[in-house]
Design a protein around this ligand. Structure first.
Ligand code: ADP
Length: 424
């Protein structure tokens, strides 16, 4: 930039100096020419007066200077006197002045002087000297100006944003404001990326810790029982009971591993399921059917209240898992002889699936945490009923995946209400 400003200043100044010198010389030459013409006319008048008084003898008595030439012709054109030497030299120019005497004869006085080329030629040397000196001065001044223009721009502190400090550079303030806005945007983005990375990292750590912890309990139990069996420490009549324990722990492990696989896919957005038309009332009927066996064992009634029959776009498998998980929890944390009710309703673009139970309910202080992975209100109870602590977290992700959300509240008269709202 310094180089460009310097070159522009230097070249423009030099061109301006050369042009003004040429114009000045032209005007000067013009003025000299006019003065010479006037002087020539005076000389011609003098010659005329001389001839009037002295005739041809006038020329004998005067000394005509070498650059003034006189021709005198009679009216027939015959030359009476002449000392002219015409010049066709490019460096010389001849000017004339004619006067007619009363007897009809004509006097011509001519003067030879240096032409414009001659003037220019004679000026070349001094001009070159002056131009060289000017060029050196301009070089130094242009360099100084270019650096002085650029220095304040280089000193601008884009980070501090103090753009009002750059007096004299009003025009670049909008540009600086834009750069600053972009800087702020970049900083915000970097902060956001760092925050997300930290969140992901903490999720990974917590998840790994949670998974290891969850796997440890059933594995310790299986390992203990099998060791006792191997050492013959279990009486034959107790083998069946211990066998059932191993079976229960293994089932819990399988559940846990399946839930872990599903939730890690959901949380890392790895799942790309084809969307299809899902009839939610049919889906609820299916889930109720699947849960009937467990409910029957505990004498819990399953009821439905289908107020609308919406068909939404989504993954049948995922939505079925979601409603099943809610129904399963409603049974697990219910009292024997209780009730689980499935409600399906639609309001404009919103579809609501509500699963309510007459169970133990959820304390207010736990309501905001139950959708977190591995969070349980009562660890012992959850384990007893075969919970993995991942069910509601899976429900939350499936709801979000379907452009929805899940909320919890108390059921009037005791128990829990889980409300999934999906925007269609
Ligand atoms: P879990 O596998 O332990 O059931 P969830 O993620 O499904 O894990 O639920 C988290 C916790 O929320 C449960 O451990 C339980 O304490 C509580 N919970 C979930 N659903 C209900 C419900 N319908 N009634 C009472 N408590 C519930």
């Amino acid at each position: 930039m310094v180089k460009k400003i310097f070159l522009n200043t230097f070249i423009i100044s030099m061109v301006a100096i050369i042009l003004s010198s040429v114009v000045f010389l032209g005007a000067y030459y013009n003025k000299i020419e006019k003065q010479m013409q006037a002087a020539l006319e005076t000389k011609t008048k003098l010659v005329e007066e001389g001839i009037r008084y002295a005739g041809i003898d006038f020329f004998k008595n005067i000394n005509v200077s070498h650059d003034v030439h006189v021709t005198w012709r009679d009216k027939t054109g015959k030359i009476l006197y002449d000392n002219i030497e015409y010049s066709d030299n490019m460096f010389e120019k001849t000017i004339y002045c004619d006067r007619t005497l009363p007897d009809g004869s004509i006097i011509r006085v001519a003067s030879i002087y240096g032409s414009m080329q001659n003037l220019l030629f004679s000026m070349i040397h001094p001009m070159l000297v002056v131009l060289t000196i000017l060029a050196i001065i301009l070089y130094i001044v242009s360099n100084y100006i270019a650096k002085a223009i650029v220095a304040p721009i280089n000193e601008i502190d884009l980070e501090s944003g103090k753009i009002d400090d750059i007096n004299g550079y009003e025009e670049i303030k909008p540009l600086l404001s834009r750069i600053r806005r972009q800087n702020i945007m970049i900083e915000t983005n970097i902060r956001e990326i760092k925050r997300q990375n930290a969140k992901r990292e903490s999720f990974r750590r917590n998840f790994t810790a949670g998974v290891s912890h969850e796997l440890k309990t059933p594995l310790t139990s299986i390992s203990g029982i099998s060791e006792m069996l191997a050492n013959g420490l279990i009486k034959p009549e107790d083998v069946q009971e211990f066998g059932e324990s191993i079976n229960k722990e293994t089932a819990r492990l399988i559940n846990l591993v399946n839930d872990i696989i599903l939730i890690s896919k959901l949380e890392t957005d790895e799942i790309k399921v084809e969307r299809e038309e899902v009839n939610l009332s049919e889906l609820i009927a299916n889930v109720v059917d699947r849960l009937g066996h467990i409910a029957g064992k505990r004498n819990i009634s399953l009821t439905t209240d289908i107020k609308a029959k919406p068909v939404i776009s989504g993954s049948y498998k995922m939505l079925e898992d979601m409603v099943y998980n809610l129904g399963d929890n409603a049974l697990k944390y219910n009292f024997d002889g209780g009730n689980v009710n499935f409600i399906l309703e639609q309001e404009n673009q919103k579809v609501r699936i509500i699963v309510e139970d007459t169970g133990i309910g959820i304390p207010d202080e736990d309501k905001k945490s139950i959708f977190e992975r591995f969070y349980r209100v009562d660890k012992g109870r959850s384990r007893d009923v075969g919970g993995t602590g991942l069910g509601l977290s899976i429900v939350k992700h499936i709801a979000i995946y379907h452009n929805g959300k899940v909320e919890v509240c108390d059921r009037d008269g005791g128990g829990t209400r889980m409300i999934v709202t999906i925007n269609t």
